[in-house]
Design a binder for this molecule. Structure first.
Ligand code: KE4
Length: 425
């Protein structure tokens, strides 16, 4: 496989853009080699600047649940674009998309559109602080909620520590208001609330962890989260930027019967264009300007093209509910195929999958916590990733990410993926 165009483009990009990329994970830092400059997608396939074709398991990091360039989505965007790209004024499509969201997320009595998941989580936390009058928040190690300062913190060891900046440029004073707990550790959560519950504005969590690789929640953890937040008056924020509309029409909230006070959404919500949202109980969202005292704004919020792409995507999902069963079946086919190959190869591995979100950990399972995930052998992952890439399969370029299956993935795609893995080992 020749990648001369990507190599040339990457060298040019690095002269102008830090790391040559617009988001760090795209630089292939943990897997090596030249990141592919992708120029076209259709269905489950993508093509790079050298014309190489791949079966795609990144899907723009989640948005492409229907597959790339779905005709209904493209048509919707083209029609709206012909009338102008944005006005900085309310647009009918904002109302249409808000209605479509609340049809599958009835918990979202009110919602606000923003342009990225980072904006959604940052804003939801500000609303929670405004609503409760409290300053501290709790997140979980391994959960990623975007790059707002107060969320770029990681825990030290132990069940709970005060946040330490995990990025340069985040002042200690910001980080210290973020407590960092252990995902799926209900017992530790009791302790956190016993000590800090009265000053917690909110707990924010990934209902299914995707940002350390896929780690499903335990029922015990989910019920402790809801019980303790209610008991201590903290808001429960389900960050569904990745899981929303993917794990069920109403995301993880529907799949697990969650009762969050606020939900953040993104990725699929924009159908691949920049749209995200936060929303929840009406009396909480009444805090948001211009109705309430919590300020949040955005030039491109509710952009008509992003609204059109998101609306077309949600309508396609609503009109074809069988998509979720198809995603489950395709996911199971992929998981079983990779299991058979990796067992034969004798590599230590554990595959976590929830619906169309899948991660291959190269460590003995089970992987139920971040600490388990951290044991994955990144050298074996690099061999897995490169072996697939060289054979036309584009897996997420990090051991700590979720792979995404789309409704466009076929049995043939799965067969090609499994055979590429077999050849890689
Ligand atoms: P964005 O600001 O990247 O739109 O969303 C941030 C975010 C918030 N919450 C969750 C649960 C997320 O997964 C994300 C972003 N996900 C990553 C993939 N792990 C985006 C890919 C990237 O950073 O380039």
């Amino acid at each position: 496989m020749q990648t001369r165009q990507s190599e040339l483009l990457f060298s040019q990009a690095r002269a102008l853009i830090p790391g040559g990329v617009s988001s760090p994970v795209r630089a292939f830092g943990s897997v090596g080699g030249t990141p592919r400059f992708l120029v076209r997608g259709s269905g489950s396939k993508i093509w790079d600047a050298d014309g190489n074709e791949y079966v795609d398991y990144v899907g723009s990091w989640g948005p492409m649940i229907l597959g790339h360039a779905h005709p209904a989505v493209i048509k919707a965007v083209q029609e709206v674009a012909a009338n102008g790209l944005g006005f900085g004024a309310p647009h009918p499509l904002e109302v249409e998309l808000a209605k479509a969201v609340t049809e599958v997320y009835p918990q979202l009595q009110r919602l606000r559109f923003v342009s990225s998941g980072t904006e959604a989580t940052m804003s939801a936390l500000r609303v929670a602080r405004g609503y409760t009058g409290r300053d501290y928040i709790l997140k979980f190690k391994g959960n990623y909620h975007g790059h707002a300062d107060g969320l770029l913190v990681e825990a030290g060891s132990g069940a709970l520590t005060f946040g330490q900046p995990s990025s340069a440029g985040v002042p200690e004073d910001y980080a210290k208001l973020t407590l960092v707990g252990r995902y799926n550790d209900a017992e530790a959560l009791e302790g956190v609330f016993a000590r800090h519950g009265e000053r917690l504005a909110a707990v924010i969590f990934e209902p299914v962890m995707g940002n350390a690789g896929v780690i499903p929640p335990t029922e015990e953890f989910l019920s402790a989260l809801r019980r303790l937040t209610r008991e201590y008056g903290a808001l429960l924020i389900a960050d569904e930027v990745m899981t929303g509309f993917r794990l069920a029409p109403g995301g993880a909230t529907e799949r697990y019967g969650l009762e969050p006070d606020l939900v953040t959404l993104g990725k699929i919500l924009g159908g691949g264009l920049p749209a995200a949202a936060y929303g929840g109980r009406a009396e909480v969202m009444a805090q948001v300007a211009p109705e309430g005292p919590v300020y949040q704004a955005g030039t491109l919020s509710g952009n008509p093209l992003a609204m059109a792409a998101g609306l077309a995507t949600l309508r396609e999902l609503a009109e074809n509910p069988g998509i979720y069963e198809k995603l489950e079946q395709t996911g199971a086919l992929l998981q079983n195929g990779l299991t058979e190959v990796l067992q034969a190869a004798g590599a230590p591995f554990s595959i976590n999958r929830v619906g169309s979100m899948i991660t291959v950990f190269f460590t003995e399972g089970p992987v139920t916590t971040f600490d388990d995930a951290a044991k994955t052998d990144t050298a074996i992952f690099k061999k897995f990733f490169s072996g697939l890439l060289d054979r036309g399969v584009y897996w997420p370029p990090s051991a700590f990410e979720s792979g995404f299956i789309s409704a466009a993935h076929t049995e043939e795609d799965i067969f090609k993926t499994v055979e590429a893995a077999r050849a890689a080992f």
